[in-house]
Design a protein around this ligand. Structure first.
Ligand SMILES: Cc1ncc(COP(=O)(O)O)c(C=O)c1O
Length: 319
């Protein structure tokens, strides 16, 4: 694929300090258009806003998908490495299929990532920070008919990122969400599409107002089984087992981080049990938790708070 590069005439210099998450972007982005049944005009341009018709389908029906991935700088030899990009590329195309959008050729996708990161290579921060990568596809056809678009833009933006949660590496306080659900079987839970996340805003906001960092989603049918967190997977260490939710269900995101962590912990002597975790199936003092996902470091959890955990207490307790 021939990617045309237009250099930013006025590139900023990489900032130093606390990057936060998703606030800072590099001077360039990758773009490609889908028209007349094919992807065309792959290009790297200066980062900036693009014009969109107010009747573009994405603005009304949310036909959009994205991925979240990271690249790291290896201090030993100053090389830059992405974490399992092939998995994100594959998951992007799975999301495409569910949202009725045209897939992106995997090699083309990988080439676009490589080139964009190389153009803004100076922006890849030192560990423990990383370069956050956000490939996105939006439907741009003009028209209010509820129908899959015939036109799309695929773009990739990147930027240095630190911790997803404010407060550094402190353990988290999580509330088990018992009113709202993220997605039911047959829904779009496994696709990384914006609607799943906008539906989560209210319960997360309510949990934060009550002093929690985030929520744990339960299954939509019985409100009984632990599925994932707001934007990440959750793993349980129970005695010598690492337990995380099964990737064959279609109502939550199948984390690349969780899969990798489960594999790694397996190599360190834990049995890996990928299965449904029932709330309250074990007492909290025998369980350790951690979360996994591209957007945060792997973090310990300070407490799970819901009346079902901790045998009847409505407040829960710290572990
Ligand atoms: C809802 C949700 N669950 C889980 C994850 C973790 O996925 P991964 O490990 O592939 O980043 C994410 C990632 O952002 C997510 O948004």
């Amino acid at each position: 694929m021939n990617i045309e590069i237009t250099r930013n005439p006025n590139p900023a210099t990489p900032p130093v300090g606390d990057y936060g998450f998703g606030r800072i972007f590099t001077p360039h982005m990758f773009l490609m258009d889908y028209k007349d049944g094919q992807w065309q005009s792959p290009r790297i341009e200066p980062y900036g806003p693009f014009a969109m018709d107010p009747a573009a389908k994405v603005l009304h029906y949310g036909q959009e998908i994205f991925e979240g991935m990271k690249a790291y700088r290896n201090a030993a030899d100053d090389t830059v490495h992405m974490f399992r990009p092939d998995k994100n590329i594959a998951r992007f195309n799975i999301s495409c299929e569910r949202m009725c959008m045209p897939p992106v050729d995997e090699d083309m996708f990988a080439q676009a990532l490589d080139l964009l990161i190389d153009v803004d290579r100076d922006w890849v921060p030192e560990s423990p920070n990383a370069l956050y990568i956000r490939p996105t596809m939006i439907s741009t056809q003009v028209g209010l008919g509820v129908k899959a678009s015939t036109e799309y833009v695929f773009y990739i933006i990147i930027g240095p990122a630190g911790s997803y949660f404010a407060g550094g590496i402190n353990p988290l306080r999580l509330r088990v969400e018992e009113k709202y659900v993220r997605s039911a079987a047959g829904g779009t839970g496994f696709a990384k599409t914006g609607g799943n996340y906008s539906a989560s805003l209210l319960p997360i906001q309510q949990a934060q107002a009550a002093g929690y960092d985030n929520i744990i989603w339960l299954d939509a049918k019985e409100m009984k089984y632990v599925e994932e967190m707001g934007a990440m997977n959750i793993c349980f260490v129970y005695d010598d087992q690492v337990i995380t939710a099964p990737p064959n269900l279609d109502h939550f995101a199948h984390g690349i981080g969780a899969g990798w962590l489960a594999h790694q912990t397996g190599r360190h002597g834990f049995a890996i049990l990928i299965h449904i975790v029932q709330q309250c199936s074990c007492s909290i003092n025998r369980v350790a938790f951690f979360i996994a996902g591209d957007c945060q470091d792997h973090r310990a959890i300070r407490g799970c708070f819901a009346h079902k955990i901790n045998s009847g207490s409505s407040k829960g307790r710290d572990t």
